[in-house]
Design a protein around this ligand. Sequence first.
Ligand code: NAP
Length: 299
Amino acid sequence: MLLHYGKMLATSQMGGEILLAEDTLVDQQNNRHLPTKQTARPLIILGYGYTGRHLLQLTLQQETSALATSRNPAQQLTAVSPPQRLEFDLARPETWEHLPTGADLVWCFPATPLSTVQRWAETQRSRCNRLVVLSSTSAYESADDSTDYPPPWIDESAPIDQTKPRVQGEEYLRNELGAILLRVAGIYGLGRNPLDWIRRGRVGPSRKYVNLIHGEDLAAICLAALERGQPGEAYNVSDGTPRTWVEICVTAQQRWGVTTATTKEDPSPGKRISNTKLRVQLGYNLKHPDLYEALQALT
Ligand SMILES: NC(=O)c1ccc[n+]([C@@H]2O[C@H](COP(=O)([O-])OP(=O)(O)OC[C@H]3O[C@@H](n4cnc5c(N)ncnc54)[C@H](OP(=O)(O)O)[C@@H]3O)[C@@H](O)[C@H]2O)c1
């Protein structure tokens, strides 16, 4: 294993501030110490994809330390400093022990299949500290055959679709390991621009409601959930303003001259996701509450 955690008192100069780091990451190969702030537990980003990249960036800004995993670190973690890279593949149990003990984990890929998730949970029960799992608002049962329009608001007490493999995996982790679930709306931001989705015809001017969250907010919410989330609880993650695609398409045309490449009708009502629990119980204030301001910043 590349890294272990040493209990020691080390001093480090970061941003002019001397940090006394009691928990210090030790890179055995390079004989280097990676300081973490004294109050912070080691953080592992399980799955360094779109959200993982935002999360690592945020920890760097906050001068805390995190490790990032990939199934193929040599190819996928080139932007991560070598001591922060870990190989981890849920499908290959021999990589599970690469995760250092006592760390907080943010799980950034679908928790499936259930049998593997169960085996992994057994090995981690006494190893991991807090666990945040990224779920999806697609976990909620769909009301596509309902005549209600606009669709009702969905909070965390709404029924979930237990036939979906990822929902089974997430619920297992919530019940057995006290995982904090984040039921995440559509993720957008730099490199994932809804205006491009409209241009390319991936979406069109339908009456369907969509819920979105900026990647920067999602990353900060992962850290807020690690700090303040209740184990075993689920939190919806969305900017709190469901919009219809027709409204977004009209605004895209008026403000940015973006025209849609499709006229395909999607008659489903979509969902309206409430973020009250996120704001009130997790105490999170959105950095990007307004989609159109965020899109303006991306153009
Ligand atoms: N995109 C959306 O709009 C959206 C909306 C709601 C919820 N979500 C959920 O939110 C989470 C994060 O989304 P994202 O878009 O940031 O995901 P992403 O870009 O696909 O990143 C996830 C990373 O996890 C790693 N991974 C995948 N399967 C794995 C496995 N079996 N074992 C170990 N690592 C694995 C992959 O990295 P390597 O290939 O390097 O291993 C992948 O890049 C996902 O669970 C996603 O389903 C996404």
